[in-house]
Design a binder for this molecule. Structure first.
Ligand code: HEM
Length: 194
């Protein structure tokens, strides 16, 4: 008799399942706001992204987290976002501030999952931005694939993330962190697009 055992879901797969519905609502809400209708609308999308990445930027330079995730500082996209805003508006934005942030390292991992996962959706968004004449060299730098390739960059993150040795309590905090990060982006979208 052959027994087929299904592999248990990985940590990333569990996080994806937990946040699938909120991601879908976010995706629909953003697209319904017409962020690629004009460069003016796209500037609003950049504002949302800029503020979220201002929140997560310190995590990318956190020494403890840096020991857990390979090339963490090299994954930060805040400076690319600032340059995108300068491309579109002609003015470098004022220094950004953290307005929302995780309180613990496991929660921070949940926030990082959301920020890093969004590089996957960025492939689609970059194609939309191209219709406005924007590219990895102008206005849509933060949507461009990492030089090592979008897929490999994500898989390296996933492998390290799945390999972390976390307690049950930490695991819950990671999930809460991911939910809080999506919540933050939802709030920013409402604030900026109204
Ligand atoms: C209109 C906007 C967006 C679109 C069209 C979009 C689309 C996508 C697509 C096609 C994927 C890859 C396929 C999948 O695994 O589901 C993805 C993954 C993901 N996106 Fe988005 N996305 C958008 C915005 C965002 C934003 C603003 C965030 C958070 C800041 C985000 C977070 C994520 C995450 C965490 C994943 C990884 C899921 C996983 O495989 O674990 N997305 N997105």
């Amino acid at each position: 008799m052959q027994i087929e055992l299904e592999a248990p879901p990985t940590r990333i797969e569990r996080l994806k399942a937990i946040t699938d519905a909120t991601h879908e609502r976010l995706d629909k809400r953003i697209m319904a706001a017409g962020p690629f209708d004009s460069r003016e609308r796209y500037a609003l999308f950049l504002d949302v992204q800029h503020r979220f990445h201002a929140d997560v930027d310190p995590l990318y330079n956190d020494l403890l987290l840096g020991r857990l995730v390979p090339d963490l500082p090299g994954r930060a996209r805040l400076s690319l976002l600032r340059q995108d805003i300068a491309d579109i508006s002609g003015v470098m934005p004022a220094a950004s501030h953290v307005e929302a942030s995780p309180r613990t390292s496991p929660a921070a991992l949940g926030w990082l999952y959301v920020a890093e996962g969004s590089t996957l959706g960025a492939a689609f968004l970059l194609k939309e931005a191209a219709k406005l004449g924007l590219s990895a060299e102008f206005g849509a730098r933060h949507l461009a694939p990492h030089p090592e390739g979008r897929g490999l960059h994500w898989r390296t993150f996933v492998a390290a993330f799945n390999a972390l040795d976390l307690s049950k309590a930490d695991e819950v905090e990671v999930a809460e962190g991911a939910k809080a990060a999506f919540h933050r982006v939802h709030a920013l979208v409402e604030q900026v697009f109204g």
